[in-house]
Design a protein around this ligand. Structure first.
Ligand SMILES: [Zn+2]
Ligand SMILES: [Zn+2]
Length: 279
């Protein structure tokens, strides 16, 4: 078992997870975890299929707050959220401990499409909006990813909340979800590398030590991928830039709270990263 005993990316039945917050906390305590961060999916008006509802978010916020008090001394609970780039501005009214900044959609020509739903949806959107040029689609994805922390901070400032929230860059290269084996594009192509490097320039240049990247094992636990996000090349670049990195399981089921952390720790070490043990 991994010695890494914290996870800050956890979904519950308030969004698309399988377990209640308290069921998850019980399991975390049983596993000897030191810290547990909840990160329900923010409300995205364009797609209500997987996220919290507006009313559900109030209940979620209150319940996690109650549990945070109840379990103080046993485990440190963080009350967070996974914000999407296109989240409802209302979601920023709450005072979150941490915010995962994620890009699940691209907006193009008045349309909005998910990048992580299915390979068919992604390739259809690529044909429809980019004439089949996947590297143009990727450039738009990484423009969003590079701006994601700015968008979240601006949302917090406008709402006058979450001033001290820790920002975690969620599954930075989610655009590779269906690309194992280079099925859709070549990850060593200069256009691909330029896109993610310019996103890192933006994120690190503007936010520096205010942001943390995650090594996310969620897609591996759900059988969609064999390796966590982000790729080894990106991990090495994060190490070179001295970025702060945590492990996260993007757990949707209490059985996966620490999923794949042994392998993820090994990847981090090989890339030269020193993992952050607490947020
Ligand atoms: Zn996500
Ligand atoms: Zn998630």
């Amino acid at each position: 078992m991994s010695g890494y005993k914290a996870n800050y990316h956890t979904h519950t039945t308030y969004c698309d997870g399988e377990n209640s917050p308290e069921e998850i906390i019980s399991e975390a305590v049983r596993l000897g975890m030191t810290e547990l961060g909840f990160s329900g999916h923010s409300y995205t008006p364009a797609d209500e299929s997987y996220c919290m509802s507006r009313e559900g978010m109030r209940e979620y916020f209150d319940e996690i707050g109650t549990l945070r008090e109840r379990y103080a001394g046993k485990i440190r609970i963080l009350r967070g959220i996974e914000m999407d780039y296109f989240s409802d501005p209302e979601d920023y009214r709450y005072d979150w401990d941490h915010i995962i900044c994620s890009c699940h959609y691209i907006k193009k020509d008045g349309d909005i499409f998910p990048v992580d739903e299915s390979q068919d949806i992604l390739t259809d959107a690529c044909i429809r909006h980019y004439g089949g040029d996947i590297y143009s689609l990727i450039a738009d994805y990484y423009t969003e990813a590079g701006n994601s922390a700015d968008v979240v901070r601006a949302g917090c400032i406008t709402a006058e909340s979450s001033a001290d929230a820790k920002l975690v860059i969620g599954h930075f290269d989610l655009i590779t979800k269906f690309n194992e084996g280079g099925k859709l594009f070549d990850e060593s192509d200069p256009r691909y590398e330029a896109a993610w490097k310019s996103a890192l320039d933006r994120l690190c240049g503007t936010h520096g030590d205010d942001i943390v990247f995650e090594i996310n094992t969620g897609a591996v636990s759900r059988g969609c991928r064999t390796a966590p996000y982000p790729s080894v090349s990106i991990l090495k670049e994060l190490a070179r830039r001295g970025c702060r990195v945590i492990l996260s399981s993007d757990s949707h089921d209490k059985s996966t709270l620490l999923y794949g952390f042994v392998e993820a720790e090994r990847l981090a070490e090989e890339a030269g990263l020193r993992l952050l043990r607490t947020l």
